[in-house]
Design a protein around this ligand. Structure first.
Ligand SMILES: Cc1cc2nc3c(=O)[nH]c(=O)nc-3n(C[C@H](O)[C@H](O)[C@H](O)COP(=O)(O)OP(=O)(O)OC[C@H]3O[C@@H](n4cnc5c(N)ncnc54)[C@H](O)[C@@H]3O)c2cc1C
Length: 353
């Protein structure tokens, strides 16, 4: 009999893990309450140019490579657009560049003329920016769906509309009990409530965010842009997508002080001067909650002999590498926590908090 693994959550983490574990001859069942997924609201930028520590950088950097491997196996909605970044100026710009180069990250300094060649539609090219050519974007809900479909093609089952209420030798749900040899909690902001029942503490930060999309526009943006205006990219359907907070990855606010309409209008006011040839109009604003553990870093590992957890912000960037490393530990059995790359991100650091 193959090991039966129940994964709670069909976001990007649950879907990537389902593909890895089902491909390794386990029987996977994915449960999702349909409570709302951070994945579907994500900006979809896969990068290591934002990081909180050296370990975090190396994990994120490995995340980019893991997607290259995954894309060689499956047809995925991923594009290696690269990012042009001018969030910093002066000495801060130099320090940011030097820090990334010291860590071995490929960066290239871009002057105003070269920027205009790379992005001819931008009306206000910065004097200098950094090109991170290896960075990529995903269309998040399509990537999640593609991974889940690949898992299902290999034999995984998906049960939707059912909420897990308790974990004990399997899962108790709003539609009855399902036995499992192993349970993986990939439930994003829903994880702490599930772990509480196991007496496991997982403090999370409250990190709400709006993200907006514009009406479709002709092709006019080739890279992810990250500058003083915030972050923006153009989707394959022509829509611009942008988080409404500037430097959204580091956004530390626990409350939003604007309505969705105010935040969308302010974001367009910042972006509009960059696109002088077109009037930008927003069509969708989404409020979502980022699953950010208490110290900002990922939480990955066992919390009980047969319960494994994966909760993190930047889950789009980290899903492929997390799935590779977590699946290896899960497949090796209850006592395995061997990945040195995961050592800084173990759930035990919150024990007793
Ligand atoms: C505005 C915004 C922009 C972002 N931009 C980026 C970016 O550019 N790059 C990047 O790398 N990351 C980004 N992120 C972060 C990224 O989206 C998340 O880290 C990632 O999507 C988390 O995925 P997940 O699978 O862990 O959780 P989710 O996608 O939230 O999925 C969890 C699932 O679990 C289900 N669930 C919860 N509780 C239960 C339960 N009790 N029973 C059954 N099901 C349950 C929910 O219904 C949900 O579908 C962004 C996030 C936001 C909000």
């Amino acid at each position: 009999m193959p090991r039966h693994i129940v994964i709670i959550g069909a976001g990007i983490l649950g879907s990537a893990l389902a593909y890895r574990l089902q491909s390794a001859a386990c029987q996977v069942t994915v449960l999702d309450a349909g409570a709302g997924s951070a994945t579907d609201a994500s900006f979809g930028w896969i990068n290591a140019s934002f990081y909180l520590s050296e370990d975090h950088f190396h994990f994120r950097h490995a995340g980019l490579a893991a997607y290259t491997d995954l894309a060689a196996q499956l047809t995925l909605p991923l594009r290696q657009l690269g990012c042009l970044n001018w969030e910093y100026t002066g000495a801060e710009f130099d320090a940011y560049e030097a820090g990334l180069q010291a860590l071995g990250y490929p960066t290239e300094r871009i002057d105003q003329e070269r920027f205009s060649q790379l992005e001819p539609h931008i009306g206000t090219p910065p004097e200098q920016s950094l090109l991170f050519a290896t960075e990529a974007v995903a269309e998040p809900s399509e990537l999640r769906a593609a991974l889940l479909a690949a898992a299902q093609s290999a034999g995984a089952r998906v049960i939707r509309g059912v909420r897990v209420t308790d974990i004990e030798n399997g899962v108790h749900t709003t539609a009855g009990f399902i036995a499992a040899d192993e349970v993986v909690v990939a439930a994003g902001t829903g994880a702490p409530a599930l772990l509480r029942g196991l007496d496991v503490s997982l403090p999370m930060l409250k990190r709400p965010a709006y993200i907006i999309e514009t009406a479709p526009l002709p092709p006019m943006l080739a890279h992810v842009l990250a500058g003083p205006h915030g972050e923006v990219r153009q989707k394959p359907d022509g829509r611009m997508i942008a988080p409404t907070s500037v430097a959204h990855q580091a956004d530390g606010r626990s409350e939003l002080d604007q309505t969705a309409e105010e935040a969308a209008a302010a974001t367009l006011a910042r972006l509009q001067p960059m696109f002088p040839a077109r009037d930008l109009a927003w069509t969708t604003a989404t409020l979502a909650h980022r699953p950010v553990p208490g110290d900002g870093l990922p939480v990955i590992g066992r919390v009980a002999p047969n319960v494994y957890v994966t909760v993190m912000h930047s889950g789009l960037t980290l899903a492929a590498i997390t799935a590779n490393l977590a699946a290896a530990e899960i497949l090796d059995g209850p006592s395995n926590t061997t990945s040195s790359m995961l050592a800084p991100f173990r759930p035990e650091r919150f024990a007793g908090r």
